[in-house]
Design a protein around this ligand. Structure first.
Ligand code: SF4
Length: 478
């Protein structure tokens, strides 16, 4: 049986990553951040909405047991089945059993981070069941054999030229670098699968406790196809996605689309309450909801860290993060990247495993400024740094030798002016052997550990000149 995707599994994640990551990511995140600002500026009550959203999420986190019990009763009352999965393995086994009981050979999937979390596709494939991603971005990364590099735009690191090359290679066609044509190709491939699949698998953006409704917010019609055409629908959802009622939902729908893609409302907002109630209606005959814990209950015990569960997965924090924009999502080593990944992964996997992530931040606070539910990301990062330093094994002795050596060299260079100057003079010459334009796509070991995941920017050595010019200007002004 396949395991949950490993943390920092560079072999899997980086095999097909092109050199275009920085430019592709920067372009896309810049566009999303701009659209978000425009939409937010149109809404004078934005700050009030953020506060209400934050209050509702905090209230739900503090009373999660109550709302989950209410949700379970409501789903069952609507004719659905509820399964509790304490671990990723439990969740995989539950889905596999449902699939085997119904003789499923082909499953079509809507975008779902929870199924990424439990490595469901591999488990299904190991059991001889084809699992096909039908969200365009997920379809692309499934063809590429990588994980997602952004919460809402899984293939954000790829340009249309990269996708055309990928389609040509994997689908044995001559695909043009034209987004409309590429979408048409994917649509043609997927449509026949929707009709043939025996099972549809999805996640959910929210679960409304009062009515047992799962809510899916998408911009493609694939989610509706997956959850209405097959006779069997299985939704795998983290327990943190529960919200109290429909009134709460109206707040989150306003916050989510604006923060994620700069839309007033997403193209499709789908509400699913149990299976179809009568022959002739749309929807599956059977509906199963798998409620995934997988460590969430533990995180709930930490009064600071648990605010991570306020997250509505909009991705806005990644779009403004200077670290994410420079290194892309694969550098975070887990399926949730960006600032939210930096506070989510260490808590879910344990700080000894993902101990570097709380440090992968400048603490500039841009993420907290845009977060629609006011998650204090820098505060949680500092809290996790403290936990790593005090309670976990992030002492210098456990740092990899390469990091210790690099830190030692850096401290010498910064302590001795002449060493820094000499290094700054020599470095551009050394780098010129490896550079391609403004980037270094490959460097020898140990730097190859970095360049395997993303290119290094070229060191220009311009900082001292800039600093001296700035100092001169200051003197002249005085
Ligand atoms: S932490 Fe906030 S900004 Fe980031 S994905 Fe979650 S809700 Fe969006």
């Amino acid at each position: 049986m396949s395991e949950t995707p490993a943390y920092i599994d560079f072999e899997t994640y980086t095999e097909h990553i092109p050199d275009s990551i920085p430019s592709a990511v920067q372009q896309a995140t810049g566009r999303f951040a701009g659209l978000r600002s425009t939409r937010v500026a149109e809404l004078p009550q934005w700050e009030d909405l953020r506060q209400i959203g934050s209050d509702i999420r905090l209230h739900t986190i503090e009373n999660m047991d109550v709302y989950l019990a209410r949700l379970e009763s409501a789903v069952q009352a609507a004719g659905g089945y509820v399964h509790w999965a304490a671990t990723a393995e439990d969740a995989r086994q539950i889905v596999l059993k449902i699939a085997k009981d119904h003789n499923v050979r082909l499953a079509v999937k809507a975008k779902s981070m929870a199924t990424e979390e439990i490595g469901l596709n591999h488990a299904l494939q190991d059991a001889g069941i084809e699992a096909l991603e039908t969200d365009l971005g997920e379809y692309i990364i499934q063809l590429a054999g990588t994980g997602p590099s952004h919460i809402i735009v899984p293939a954000v690191h790829l340009r249309k030229e990269d996708i055309a090359d990928l389609f040509s290679e994997k689908l044995h066609i001559n695909a043009p670098a034209d987004p409309i044509e590429l979408t048409r190709i994917a649509r043609e491939k997927l449509r026949e699968k929707f009709l043939a699949a025996e099972m549809g698998i999805s996640g959910a953006n929210f679960m409304v406790a009062e009515s047992g409704t799962i809510v899916m917010v998408t911009n493609e019609g694939n989610g509706r196809m997956c959850t209405t055409l097959p006779d069997l629908h299985v939704a795998v959802v983290g327990i943190d996605k529960v919200i109290p009622d429909w009134e709460s939902l109206t707040v989150f729908l306003k916050l989510l689309a604006r923060s994620a893609t700069g839309q007033k409302l997403s193209t499709y907002t789908q509400f699913i309450t149990g299976p179809r109630q009568a022959e002739g209606e749309f929807g599956p005959k059977e509906f199963h909801l798998v409620l995934l814990d997988n460590g969430r209950s533990n995180v709930l015990k930490d009064p600071v860290g648990r605010e991570v569960f306020k997250c509505i997965r909009c991705g806005a924090c990644a779009n403004v993060c200077p670290v994410y924009k420079s290194v892309g999502g694969f550098a975070y080593g887990w399926f949730i990247s960006g600032p939210i990944g930096a506070i989510f992964a260490p808590q879910m996997l344990g700080t000894p495993t993902a101990r570097e992530l709380p440090y992968a931040s400048t603490l500039c606070g841009a993420c907290a400024d845009v977060c629609p539910v006011k998650i204090p990301i820098p505060t949680i990062l500092r809290h996790l740094r403290r936990r790593v330093a005090q309670g976990d094994d992030f002492a210098a002795s456990t740092m990899p030798a390469t990091v210790r050596t690099a830190a030692g060299l850096a401290s010498i260079a910064l302590a001795w002016n002449w060493v820094y100057r000499l290094g700054a003079r020599l470095l551009p010459g050394v780098m010129s052997m490896f550079r391609r334009g403004q980037w270094i796509p490959w460097a020898p070991y140990p730097l190859s550990r970095w360049t395997k995941a993303r290119p290094l920017p070229v060191f220009t050595g311009g900082f001292r000149q800039w600093w001296q010019a700035r100092a001169r200007q200051g003197k002249e002004r005085r």
